[in-house]
Design a protein. Structure first.
Length: 316
């Protein structure tokens, strides 16, 4: 790890797929510790330009230091579904590549005060952007039982969703949720010791997705990124769990399909054309050496695709 903030995953592969043009404009939607951004700047010329986004101000501040030697960049604290706004404001479009390295950085997990870890006794927070009102505690103390069930079932894929939601509601009638231990105790009571860590990881993932509206933002952002790409430009996405990977896979598949008419129609009526070429038939995974060096890379899946239709934005 360069400085302990975060070790980039599948770095070489991401840059290889992303960079089509040494003087292009590239967007790193999840700057984090700046590892991938640095690799992009090192693999391009000073005439290239990097736009780096992150919802977390600590990431933007840190990346500013890591990338200090490069004037050809713009870093902005913003959710990545707002990327069009940043590109239009800065006049940096259309772009040659957009990278996503989803999820959380090691810094976010390791900083107990951010509440991303179920270990220890941090606050129930998990907001990427601390300006946002609602953290995990507000959800646990405020959502009704049905909403809690939905979050834990859909975003955690936790099989004890019903009992966990029920016990959250029962416990908060006695005392509101404040910190990680309050919640891990409830989960422990329901699932027992044997698979406790797996269930805790799933419940924490569910809350994190809900707090940051991760799946809705990803869906919106992929569309926006595609729209801002030039013809021949690339999208590279590294995901860490099946829910986000499914969104990426379906997005790329849908954009890469031509005619979607039912087979019984004698001729095409839909006029749909393929807009994206998938470059990774199967997602790339880190090799054993990378997983040994960095255990947090073990669930990573990289998908890449190339835009094969012209940029059509109104402001070009
Ligand atoms: C895995 S880390 C990225 C690490 C980075 N590639 C590096 O090399 O250091 C993911 C980052 O994405 C940010 N993030 C997650 N969802 C986001 C969103 N919807 N909008 C903007 N940033 C987001 C997180 O704050 C976190 O810093």
């Amino acid at each position: 790890m360069k400085d302990g903030f975060h070790r980039p995953v599948l770095e070489e592969q991401a840059v290889q797929y992303l960079i089509v043009h040494p003087e292009g404009i590239y967007v790193d939607c999840t700057v984090g510790g700046g590892g991938h951004s640095l690799a992009i700047l090192q693999s391009t010329t000073p005439r290239a330009f990097l736009v780096g986004l992150d919802a977390d101000p600590e990431a933007i501040e840190h990346a500013g230091q890591v990338l200090a030697a490069y004037p050809n960049k713009l870093l902005r604290q913003i959710f990545y579904d707002q990327l069009e706004l940043v590109l239009y404001e800065s006049g940096r479009y259309p772009v040659s590549g957009v990278l996503y390295d989803l999820g959380i950085s090691s810094h976010q997990i390791d900083e107990t005060r951010r509440g991303f870890s179920f270990q220890g006794d941090g606050p129930l927070d998990m907001r990427f952007d601390p300006r946002q009102q609602q953290g995990a505690a507000e959800i646990l103390n405020g959502y009704d039982r049905k909403e809690l069930e939905r979050v834990i079932r859909e975003y955690g894929e936790e099989r004890h969703w019903r009992a966990i939601a029920r016990d959250i509601v029962a416990r908060r009638q006695l005392q509101p949720f404040h910190n990680a231990r309050d919640l891990s105790e409830v989960v422990r009571q329901v699932v027992g010791e044997r698979f406790l860590n797996k269930s805790l990881a799933r419940v924490w993932q569910a809350l994190r997705i809900e707090v940051n509206q991760e799946l809705a933002r990803l869906t919106r952002s992929l569309e926006a990124a595609f729209a801002m790409l030039e013809q021949g430009g690339r999208m590279v996405v590294i995901s860490y769990h099946s829910l986000e990977d499914r969104i990426v896979k379906n997005f790329m598949r849908e954009k890469s399909r031509d005619c979607i008419c039912p087979p019984e129609l004698p001729a095409c009526m839909c006029d749909k054309v393929s807009e994206l070429k998938i470059l990774t038939r199967k997602p790339l995974q880190p090799d054993a050496a990378e997983v040994r060096r960095n255990s947090r890379s073990r669930s990573a899946r990289l998908r890449a695709a190339e835009k094969i239709v012209p940029y059509q934005g109104g402001k070009a």
